[in-house]
Design a protein around this ligand. Structure first.
Ligand SMILES: Cc1ncc(C[n+]2csc(CCOP(=O)(O)OP(=O)(O)O)c2C)c(N)n1
Ligand SMILES: [Mg+2]
Length: 679
């Protein structure tokens, strides 16, 4: 720990004070103009943000994508105007006009920060706690990449070397996902993760006294964090000192608890929940401006010297990046192969030919799709290399997410490619989002499909942010058996399909599972979710059936007769086998049958209409679907005259094959339903 007396600390000036007030009143005025938003948080947190952004954050406003920039996460996303004010003032491409258009249609200043909308916004925040988890993932990615590249000649130990900062609020720290993520970060000893806690003791319902009274310092200390408390949130020197100390603390993540006042400066709303989420109101704005010595006749006021002072970030940022570019060039000269690899990882490049790397599976054998997934992963990992990382929330053996020859990512082994997330599904997914947002790694994460419920808010953000996290979710139906209805997903496939930009893939056999990995890896615009069986399923004889690369079209004709089908049988995953057996029975009766495998609704919907009509001819209305989940959503494919076989209730504790039989997932039932829809 550096001796604070020897540190070169900020000597606060009147200009510092005015700059902080500029940030405060940009937030106040923008919220006022929009007639909605959250002024209180920026007013209280402006000093800590100011010190962080002007004295510590290494960033380049003219290149927000500089790979070795420090990351800044505003986990308390409702304070978005704080971030927009900082981005505007430090010279990002965020003109004052956009601040005046805060929260309006088509502006780049949405109500909560959104990663692809605004230059300099690192992640989408607003659902409290998510940003906290994202930052942990960013710090993990930094550490991992540093371990993989910094030792090469020319890298000088500093090719990847940045901090991850965040501002977190009471609400963030009340959320479970933050607790999970904090516990993980403490275990991993993420020393370059530094969070400032806006400890204003106010949330929407009022004082935190009514619901949140634990000793946060002790809690984080117990998690293994370095914790410091600043009694006065306007004490710039104390904030500066605390950040310097946190940077020097390399073994533990840091929480800087900053006691602040929500709505600071507002005579009637400071320290009250009234300042949280609505405009101060014209009169109170005037009173607040008077109180802080701000001109009442001006809105969106940025004094010239404040602008000039903050715009110093542009030159500083360019110099920082130029210095880094020099290091990168040296690395490239001395370690060209590693530099190529570094570039490829940062660009998320995959080998062109993944197909020839996937294993083949013998027809006639039986294999659970989770096992086929595991074998495929093990075959692809060496081809893709260590950009591909992943782990499980304590279900590695069940999820088949481990890869031979890989080691665990731990404090003392930061190059390890495998992540022991512990029983922390939510933080696992939030961290995975942080990892993809950081760049340089491509994560997959594993748990049971049932526990998609425990990570769904983060999965939703993977989708909203277009992050290509791969979710390996196993034990995908009542077929898992004896663990019973608490562990048996029924509504989950439909629920996941309902989230926009999520690709759900439920492979029917081992060969489809292998193709599912290829499809998932190639999907770089959003998350992919696998639903994989615990139980074995037959590996189809592809010499008699269509090839498994039909997976890439989401739905394909697996088996067909000449001419127009009398009936179409369709299904996903472990139930497709029953459709095939049913087809054989029906064919013996002279029925013309088509069997369609539909592993992914989303990929199928991406196909053009001609293809979709080819697979499911509109004229053929006798249709039966079979899937061991709720029937919700299948109407789309079976149509008004078809029949959806599913399970619209909870499952039961019994052997998996008994469950399947009892709940009607049999070829006999498919045959019966087919006869009915044809009648
Ligand atoms: C997961 C989640 N639940 C609820 C909300 C709604 N919400 C927004 S801010 C907030 C709490 C505000 O308290 P705090 O985080 O301390 O922010 P402050 O009022 O101090 O700015 C809540 C409940 C949310 N954004 N995310
Ligand atoms: Mg608060």
């Amino acid at each position: 720990m550096p001796d604070a007396s020897t540190l070169d600390l900020i000597q606060p000036t009147e200009l510092d004070e005015r700059t902080i007030n500029t940030i405060r009143f940009l937030a106040v005025d923008a919220v006022e103009r929009a007639s909605s938003g959250h002024p209180g948080m920026p007013m209280g947190a402006a000093p800590m943000a100011y010190v962080l952004w002007t004295r510590h954050l290494r960033h380049n406003p003219t290149d927000p994508q500089w790979v070795d920039r420090d990351r800044f996460v505003l986990s308390a996303g409702h304070g978005s105007m704080l971030l927009y004010a900082l981005l505007h003032l430090t010279g990002y491409d965020l003109p004052l006009e956009e601040i005046k258009n805060f929260r309006q249609w088509g502006s780049i200043t949405p109500g909560h920060p959104e990663v692809h909308e605004t230059p300099g916004v690192e992640t989408t925040t607003g659902p409290l706690g998510q940003g906290f988890g994202n930052g942990v993932g960013m710090a993990i990615a930094e550490r991992y990449l540093a371990a993989h590249f910094n030792d090469y000649p020319g890298a000088d130990g500093e090719l990847v070397d940045h901090y991850t900062y965040g501002i977190v609020s009471d609400g963030d720290l009340m959320e479970g996902v933050a607790s999970e993520a904090a516990s993980l970060a403490g275990h991993l000893g993420l020393g370059k993760l530094i969070y400032l806690y806006d400890d204003n003791e106010i949330s929407i319902d009022g004082s935190t006294d009514i619901a949140f009274t634990e000793d946060v310092e002790k809690r984080f200390d117990a998690y293994g964090w370095h914790v410091v408390t600043i009694e006065d949130g306007n004490d710039l020197k104390a904030i500066d000192r605390a950040i310097l100390e946190a940077k020097a603390e390399t073994d533990r993540p840091s929480l800087i608890v900053v006691k602040t006042s929500i709505g600071y400066g507002s005579p009637n709303q400071q320290d009250t929940a009234a300042a949280h989420g609505s405009p101060l109101g014209a009169d109170e704005v005037d009173l607040t401006k008077e109180n802080l010595g701000w001109p009442t006749d001006k809105t969106f006021h940025v004094p010239d010297d404040v602008r000039e002072h903050m715009r110093a970030s542009v030159d500083q940022g360019a110099a920082l990046q130029a210095e880094w570019n020099g290091r990168y060039q040296q690395f490239r000269v001395e370690s060209p192969d590693a530099a190529d690899r570094f570039d490829a990882w940062m660009a998320g490049e995959l080998p062109d030919d993944l197909e020839s790397a996937v294993p083949s599976f013998d027809a006639g054998t039986e294999l659970a799709t989770r096992k086929a997934s595991g074998k495929t992963l093990s075959a692809l990992a060496p081809v893709i290399g260590d950009m591909l990382v992943g782990g499980s929330a304590d279900l590695s053996g069940s999820n088949k997410t481990e890869v031979d020859g890989r080691t665990d990512f731990q404090k003392d082994n930061p190059a390890g490619q495998y992540f022991r997330f512990g029983v922390r599904e939510h933080a696992m997914a939030a961290a995975a989002n942080g990892m993809t947002l950081h760049g340089g790694v491509r994560p997959y994460v594993g748990t049971f499909l049932i526990f998609s419920d425990y990570l769904r808010p983060s999965l939703r953000l993977s989708a909203l942010m277009g992050q290509p996290v791969i979710y390996v979710l196993t034990h995908d139906s009542i077929g898992l058996g004896e663990d019973g209805p608490t562990h048996q997903p029924v509504e989950h496939l439909s629920a996941l399909r309902a989230i926009p930009n999520v690709t759900v893939l439920r492979p029917a056999d081992a060969t489809e599972a292998a193709q599912a990995w290829v499809a998932a890896l190639r999907n770089t615009d959003g998350p992919t979710v696998f639903a994989l069986t615990r139980q074995t399923v037959p590996t189809f004889d592809r010499s008699a059936l269509a090839p498994a690369d039909g997976v890439h079209r989401g739905g394909y004709v697996l088996s067909d007769d000449d001419g127009t089908p009398d009936v179409i049988l369709m299904g996903t995953g472990s139930e497709v086998q029953h459709a095939l057996v049913a087809a054989a029975t029906l064919r013996e009766e002279g029925t013309n049958v088509r069997v369609v495998s539909l592993p992914s609704f989303e990929l199928f919907e991406q196909q053009d209409e001609a293809y979709r009509n080819d697979v499911l001819p509109p004229d053929v209305t006798a249709r039966v679907s079979i899937e061991a989940g709720v029937t919700f959503g299948w109407q789309r494919y079976v149509g008004p005259e078809g029949r959806a076989l599913g399970i619209d209730r909870f499952g039961a504790s019994a052997p998996g094959d008994v469950n399947m039989e009892k709940f009607g997932f049999t070829s006999e039932n498919v045959v019966r339903a087919a006869r009915e829809v044809m009648a």
